[in-house]
Design a protein around this ligand. Sequence first.
Ligand code: SF4
Length: 201
Amino acid sequence: MRTLDEAAREASGCTRCKLAQGRTQVVYGSGNGNADLMFIGEAPGFHEDRQGLPFVGAAGGLLTGLLEGIGLTRDQVFICNVLKCRPPGNRDPQPDEIEACEPWLWEQIDLINPKVICSLGNFSTRLLLGKPAGISRVRGQRFKFRGRCLIPTFHPAAILHGGRTSPAMGQMEDDFRLIAKTLEELAVSEPDPDAEQLGLF
Ligand code: SF4
């Protein structure tokens, strides 16, 4: 199996979909390559495309604050998106783009091997759950995903849109507390990646 750096180097020249034409650079992901916790958002935005890093704008600040609320820093987790290149005008990802890009994500998950994955928003949640579930309905629950624990929550940009005093902000804080609790539980009982059950459900 190759390293995460080797995979990132290859991804930096990816032209598998039309988003290669308008991007400044591929935003592969950042953080700890051996993290127990991995976040998966939707796609890079304007600032991410310029800086080559995920979640660096206002939504990134919110994510950083939520992490600090459970005693974690960005260096301790891995953060990436379903799409590694910015869609023009920040439009929604299109199905052919997700299909072209998802092998990069599956490989990242295999290489990082996190215990807990947090999907941020509808696109990553639907892709990982494999069904068209609305984020409001599935957030704050624990699902099995390839021997790991998947916890969906809102996309930070949606919280910013609705305002930090919206009920969704409190729900997102609850979801982060569930993430922290799950990491604690899994630290006590090391999961078997081949097991059907994680002992959490
Ligand atoms: S979005 Fe993904 S598949 Fe499309 S060019 Fe970028 S890295 Fe390649």
